[in-house]
Design a protein around this ligand. Structure first.
Ligand SMILES: C[S@@+](CC[C@H](N)C(=O)[O-])C[C@H]1O[C@@H](n2cnc3c(N)ncnc32)[C@H](O)[C@@H]1O
Length: 111
């Protein structure tokens, strides 16, 4: 963490070297081609996806589709973080194991 962030008392600030390697792209997560688009930009599986307080805007079926697509981008053993009011659907329980249910951190299994 100390390599990429500086503790400035009230806030933790990302160092310029980190900011320079972050690429920002906009995706509509409900678009079924979002996974292909993300893979074109970053062919390696993801170690972490933070998707907090986005699913709440979607209907249940759309939420499940988004989560399946995000899961497809994660490598086994990597992590997905949701908002505190967001829970993966039951059929994904085997694929997403809760690591911390209070702050909704899930780990992708090898399923
Ligand atoms: C309440 S904000 C949450 C922002 C941030 N993740 C957080 O927890 O503070 C909801 C975000 O969901 C994004 N969003 C809503 N529908 C989306 C979609 N279909 N695809 C991608 N982002 C979406 C909105 O643009 C907005 O930035």
């Amino acid at each position: 963490m100390h390599n990429y962030f500086t503790d400035e008392g009230q806030v933790i600030v990302a160092r310029q070297e980190l900011k320079e390697i972050i690429r920002f792209h906009e995706h509509d997560l409900t678009n079924t081609t979002a996974v292909q688009q993300a893979r074109l930009l970053s062919p390696e599986p993801f170690d972490l996806i933070i998707c907090r307080n986005v699913l709440v805007y979607l209907k249940r079926a759309a939420q499940a589709g988004v989560l399946e697509r995000l899961c497809a981008l994660l490598r086994p053993g990597s992590f997905l973080v949701l908002g505190t009011g967001e829970i993966p659907p039951k059929f994904m329980e085997a694929e997403l194991q809760p690591v911390n249910s209070k702050v909704r951190i899930y780990q992708k299994t090898a399923v």
